[in-house]
Design a protein around this ligand. Structure first.
Ligand code: NDP
Length: 325
């Protein structure tokens, strides 16, 4: 019997309970995998609390990121075979020892990348890929601000932005996290719990402001993030770790300097097979080049998913976190 975390009611970390589940054989177009590791993501918190709604309603198995070995394939699957090492960042259901997943959402993991690393990076790394290479084309002329610099996405993005030649400014909530971010590509890191990050960004850019702000904190950094931008700069609002931005009115973009704004999600950038493969291959390339290292800083048994959520929400984690079935 497979083991899975099943959410039967929305709420705090205590609703994450391990259960035995009977897994049906993979359906047409599906692959069954034995999972080696599951990635923890802040988006899992939004689904657990109900900020985002699971397409399948209640109950559901949370989690969007994992890696493992193919154990069975359904009808019509030609891209994968039994024994393949695969990973994904896709629909719910990752918090499980075994699962069925649509083959179209899987990619093969190169031999020199461990399945643990793949599970830790598929969602966070492909997010860094599209944010820095597609939402805005970061290059040597770019100065950017990335909030939550020592987080899962943040540590990958800092290294990647540095590899692209950018001047990289980050924010983080403690001295330990500042030191970690400085060791992962960031040129400057501001403690946004103690310092005025707008004033520090202005100082660091000689009053000009940055070209792009990547803001996954949401409520607590809005609207100050807009004040960090140069005229016609881009505000990329891509998360809500402190709560959603609910007071946004489009007129503020004019008042703050003819700004641009976007609210992207990874799933909008990898919705076709060619887009998914290009994004994943770009991530594999940069990890294989050692320009981006994946820091797995916390590991929990799958049964302790609730404790992992508590640590993530109370800002105790840094880098990436794995749940091990
Ligand atoms: P992180 O590891 O970055 O954890 C979140 C971090 O946010 C914390 O460690 C903390 O860092 C910071 N933070 C600031 N305020 C709060 C608060 N009130 N409560 C909790 N944390 C806070 O998580 P992930 O790497 O999984 O995700 C980062 C963000 O990116 C999330 O908002 C997530 O939803 C978003 N995301 C969006 C995607 C998209 O495509 N749109 C895809 C992937 C992630 P510190 O202590 O330094 O302040």
């Amino acid at each position: 019997m497979a083991q899975a975390i099943v959410v039967r009611e929305l709420g705090g970390p205590e609703v994450l309970k391990l259960e035995g589940v009977t897994l049906s054989p993979p359906g047409p177009g599906e692959v069954q995998i034995r999972q080696v590791a599951v990635g923890l993501n802040f988006i899992d918190v939004y689904f657990r609390t109900g900020l985002y709604k699971s397409a399948s309603g209640l109950p559901f198995v949370p989690g969007k990121e994992g890696a493992g070995i193919v154990t069975a394939v359904g009808d019509g699957v030609s891209l994968f075979g039994i024994g393949d090492r695969v990973a994904y960042a896709s629909s719910d259901g990752a918090y499980a020892s075994e699962r069925n997943v649509e083959a179209s959402q899987l990619v093969k993991v190169p031999d020199d990348i461990s399945l643990e690393t793949a599970a830790a990076m598929m969602l966070k790394g492909m997010t860094a890929q599209y944010l820095l290479n597609q939402t805005f084309k970061v290059g040597p002329e770019t100065t950017l601000l990335f909030h939550a610099a020592a987080g899962g996405v943040g540590l990958i993005a800092g290294q990647w932005a540095k590899a692209l030649g950018a001047t990289v400014i980050g924010t983080a909530g403690s001295q330990d996290k500042i030191d970690l971010a400085l060791a992962h590509g960031y040129d400057h890191v501001i403690n946004y719990r103690t310092d005025d990050f707008v004033a520090r960004v202005k100082e660091l850019t000689d009053g000009r402001g940055v070209d792009v702000v990547y803001d996954s904190v949401g409520k607590d950094t809005y609207p100050a993030s807009l004040d960090c931008l140069k005229s016609r700069g881009l505000w990329v609002s891509f998360g809500n770790s402190s709560g959603p931005v609910d007071a946004f009115s489009i007129g503020i973009l004019a008042q703050k300097g003819s700004l641009f704004a976007t609210r992207p999600t990874l799933f909008g950038y990898v919705s076709t097979r060619p887009a998914l493969e290009a994004c994943a291959n770009s991530l594999f390339d940069i990890v294989q080049s050692n320009k981006v290292r994946i820091n797995i800083n916390q590991t929990y048994p799958l049964a302790d998913a609730g404790r992992a959520h508590t640590d993530l929400e109370t800002r105790k984690t840094s880098g990436t976190t794995l749940l091990i079935p």
